[in-house]
Design a protein around this ligand. Structure first.
Ligand SMILES: N[C@@H](CCC(=O)N[C@@H](CS)C(=O)NCC(=O)O)C(=O)O
Length: 219
């Protein structure tokens, strides 16, 4: 039995997409960040910090999206979505798997300031400006390194899933067309049938009320 604990458009989408690429059979348990469904003792028993994703996999429960992606790649090596330890592309693979959370944390902090804060709390304009600048720099760094169609020269891998999920959120804060290689890469990934099947099971997001969140004006 495989069950993914998932919030639409959250980092758990990485695991959903990976499982579609791998052709696994799985169930999805849906939650919302807004409705308290992640605060139950049952969910906390699976995820100590009350976060998604959690993957229940044949009697075990795993949390942290990067760890789950790596564990699935090791459990199902026949899917060919991760270079094996000791091979030439392994270092780049692990770098990108973890760099995805450098970008993920910037996006989470932008979400916190611009999407989740409720009045009378107000976002800090200097902090939002700093987060924007750091997000743009993090994307530009990969834009400059991107040579082929995917992050690894040998082709599509689970590192693409980990990293490219961030575009789903980043497009609410930056113009992705400013990064032509990344924009073309994102188009290429969204054309994958496994991505489209994962989107069909993602569910309705209740995070973003606007398509784009500009940097707020100084008072
Ligand atoms: N580094 C963790 C982050 C997990 C995380 O923060 N998930 C968010 C959704 S993207 C969450 O569950 N947030 C719930 C909350 O903050 O209450 C991972 O990659 O799994």
């Amino acid at each position: 039995m495989i069950r993914l604990h998932h919030v639409p458009l959250a980092r758990s989408f990485r695991v959903l997409w990976l499982m579609e690429e791998m052709g696994l059979d799985y169930e999805v348990a849906y939650y919302s960040i807004r409705d308290g469904s992640m605060r139950t003792p049952e969910f906390r028993a699976l995820s100590p910090a009350g976060r998604v994703p959690v993957l229940e996999h044949e009697g075990a429960a795993w949390f942290e999206s990067g760890a789950i992606v790596q564990l699935l790649c090791e459990t199902y090596p026949q899917a060919g979505l991760a270079p094996a330890p000791g091979t030439g592309e392994r270092a780049r693979f692990l770098e990108m798997l973890n760099y995805s959370e450098t970008v993920g944390c910037l996006l989470e902090n932008l979400n916190m300031n611009l999407v989740f804060l409720r009045p009378p709390a107000r976002p800090s304009v200097p902090v939002v400006k700093l987060l924007h600048a750091r997000l743009r720099a993090s994307l530009a760094a990969i834009e400059a390194r991107m040579e082929g169609d995917y992050l690894l020269p040998s082709g599509f891998s689970a590192a693409d899933i980990m990293f490219a999920y961030g575009f789903e959120l980043a497009r609410h804060y930056v113009d992705l067309d400013a990064y032509p290689r990344l924009a073309a890469y994102w188009e290429r990934l969204r054309a994958r049938s496994a991505y489209q099947r994962a989107k069909a099971r993602d569910g309705e997001q209740d995070m973003y009320a606007q398509d784009f969140y500009p940097v707020p004006e100084e008072e």
